[in-house]
Design a protein around this ligand. Structure first.
Ligand SMILES: Cc1cc2nc3c(=O)[nH]c(=O)nc-3n(C[C@H](O)[C@H](O)[C@H](O)COP(=O)(O)OP(=O)(O)OC[C@H]3O[C@@H](n4cnc5c(N)ncnc54)[C@H](O)[C@@H]3O)c2cc1C
Length: 410
């Protein structure tokens, strides 16, 4: 059976590999080069403790204020607001207390599996050394800041995610470069990071080829189907026959889903990074500072600083003032951080208004599947997405209830 997977980001490539391993003839179709979309420059974190719905009131109540603050952690470009409104209304609808409890459980069900799915995948592909040893530190200046983040910690406790609250001395022992301003931290030992998320995709694509899978460069612009899928059509006129098609095109999945008669409310939550090649400091752990809304990750090519959300659509030019703000904040936590030799990048997190991804068979067409909308956790969820989708597609029973992630839930 031939399966065409559209999109060679971390989601499509990992799934393509898993399907090829289960005996499918996989063609992975990518319009650019594998790993050059959102998966290129993310913050590299296996962020299993970050599954909380973005629609919780603690977040959205601050949005009007942030809109007026160009340096705020969430920025909505005013000109984009009319286009964003339908998505935003669904976002607000996802903030009812009962809905939030459901969404938390749906995110936690995935995050609880992440290491069980990721570690075997890395072992099998010989990529174990891509995963860091150290976890992540969440930083707080004092007890008051820590209390403001209490809801997050309480949710983690409810779902049994391990974490340790540590004081100034222990923080300094773990990360000597951190400022004395930091009085408290929570260590999340499971939040490890990948050394180079882009290289991870490239290497997985190579492993796919070694198993006999194909990678075609081309942009999918159409489909041939009746009751079942027959082929995908490329911009350059080629036709690739396929019994199964998976839409895994990141934020561009919305356009393809619409063509296939299954519109999905997928938006881009644009995010920025600054890769600092000669940071002048060494770090082992990644750090997040919730009150300052940034993250720092030690990667193979220096230190990566990033975070923030910008709602401005797919086509607007990047606004790199946002990366400069995160570097400024990172220097508050890491006073010796030097930022002279650096690159800046913007990427599109494919995000649904209810935060959970779509991992689903089509509700309309046989042989059509969707794996998209993994939002802030696409790298984290990749191996789990591949395991669950491969089960779903090959007739095995996935180990979690897949109903919450279906494509026709909106
Ligand atoms: C600043 C930032 C920080 C982040 N940090 C983290 C983190 O620390 N941890 C984490 O888990 N996640 C993080 N994320 C989120 C994560 O990067 C994404 O969820 C993930 O990369 C999405 O993967 P994807 O494969 O769905 O999409 P993409 O990587 O965007 O891949 C989709 C691919 O589809 C291709 N494509 C699109 N349309 C077509 C078409 N018509 N035909 C052929 N090909 C097509 C594109 O060219 C692209 O290569 C972050 C994201 C950003 C922006």
């Amino acid at each position: 059976m031939t399966t065409a997977v559209i999109g060679a980001g971390i989601i499509g490539t990992t799934l393509a590999y898993a399907l090829q391993r289960r005996g499918r003839n996989v063609v992975l179709i990518e319009r650019d080069q594998p790993g050059t979309g959102a998966s290129y420059g993310n913050m590299a974190s296996i962020a299993v403790t970050e599954f909380m719905p973005a629609s919780r009131p603690a977040v959205w109540k601050q949005i009007p204020g942030w809109m007026l603050d160009a340096e705020g952690p969430v920025r909505v470009r005013p000109a984009y607001m009319p286009k964003l409104t339908p998505w935003f209304l669904r976002f607000i609808a996802a903030s009812r207390p009962a809905k939030l409890r459901e969404l938390e459980a749906q995110g936690a069900a995935l995050c609880q599996r992440v290491h069980d799915d990721l570690l075997p995948l890395l072992r099998e592909t010989g990529l174990e050394s891509e995963l860091s040893e150290a976890g992540c530190l969440s930083l707080y200046t004092d007890e008051a800041e820590f209390k403001a983040d209490r809801e997050h910690i309480e949710i983690l406790e409810r779902f049994g995610f391990p974490h340790d609250v540590i004081g100034r001395q222990a923080i300094k022992a773990l990360e000597p470069e951190l400022s004395d301003k930091i009085g408290l931290a929570v260590l999340f030992p499971q939040n490890r990071s990948m050394k180079n998320p882009y290289q991870l995709v490239v290497k997985l694509a190579l492993r796919l080829r070694e198993l006999g899978g194909k990678i075609e460069q081309g942009e999918v612009v159409g489909f041939e189907r009746g009751a079942a899928m027959r082929a995908v059509l490329l911009k350059d006129g080629r036709r690739i026959a396929a019994d199964e098609v998976v839409i895994a095109a990141g934020v561009h999945s919305a356009k393809l889903a619409k063509q296939l008669g299954e519109p999905i409310p997928l938006e881009t939550e644009r995010g920025y990074h600054t890769q600092i090649m000669a940071p002048g400091i060494a770090m082992k752990h990644s750090i997040i500072w919730p009150a300052r809304a940034f993250m720092v990750t030690p990667t193979a090519g220096g230190i990566r600083v990033g975070g923030t959300v910008e709602m401005a659509g797919i086509d607007a030019a990047p606004d790199y003032r946002r990366s400069k703000v995160t570097v400024k904040r990172a220097k508050e936590a890491l006073p010796n951080l030097q930022c002279e030799d650096f690159t800046e990048w913007m990427g599109h997190r494919p995000a649904f208004p209810d935060t959970v991804p779509v991992m689903s068979a089509s509700a309309k067409t046989r042989g059509l599947f969707y794996a998209t909308g993994h939002g802030h956790l696409g790298l984290t969820y990749a191996a789990t997405n591949a395991r669950l989708m491969a089960d779903l597609m090959t007739g095995a029973t996935p180990p979690v209830d897949m109903k919450p992630y279906r494509v026709d839930r909106f």
